[in-house]
Design a protein around this ligand. Sequence first.
Ligand code: IPE
Ligand code: IPE
Ligand code: MG
Length: 252
Amino acid sequence: MTEGAPELEQLLERVVAGGHVPKHIAIIMDGNGRWAGERGLPRFMGHREGMKSVRRAVTGCLEMDVQHVTLYAFSKENWSRPPDEIAALMRLLSEYVDRERKALAEKGVRVRVIGDRARLSPAALQAVESIEGATAGEDTLVLNLAISYGSRDEILSAARSLARRCVAGEIDPDDIDEADFASALYTTGSPDPDLLIRTSGEMRVSNFLLWQIAYSEIHVTECLWPDFSERDLYEAVLDYQRRERRFGRVTR
Ligand code: IPE
Ligand code: IPE
Ligand code: MG
């Protein structure tokens, strides 16, 4: 057993004892570049190290019996980064898929990639399809991997698909409700996140799940993503469990 493991077990026990573990956790995995910069390393080394944090986050979610986790891996706006950084990120995606596909399926994780696939290179698209195919039958944990993702894009595409159904006479515009709209989003089938975590201390949502986080609790940590451990995840959930969710109501 590694040093600190009993302490981690105790933290997990506290989380489980706390009741109401979030059904859905969403994470903005930020700070890879700064992590690398602090060590005099190229940015892609931060992204590479960040892959280990992805593994830890998924393990932590499985341990807590979280049912859905959405990880922001690459935004639509990230396409404006230097081509060599984008290429490195896409290579890491293929590496992640090759390395994790089998283990994820064995653990019951279903991976679903959300975002604009039309912009992905053939190799990246192949990686996406291969991990989705290999894990399609699983249902212990849904892992939504947001790649080439932009929330405004997602909302627009939902609006377009509903508009097309109206034009085709399948639905009446006046009958469209929030559930219909949510079903037209990429995240259909996952409930709204209970908890949104952002690493690296930035206080913004950066075009992530704008519709879905209407009532999510937000936990921002200074920790840079490559340093994010299961302990940090459990601490975030303990913080969440201390919150009083009101949804606009008066509760006392
Ligand atoms: C997050 O880390 C990963 C991606 C956006 C792909 P960053 O690359 O944004 O790292 P910082 O924010 O520059 O430190
Ligand atoms: C958000 O991080 C996107 C991901 C974590 C994939 P960014 O680093 O791109 O966000 P900004 O530019 O700081 O808002
Ligand atoms: Mg960043």
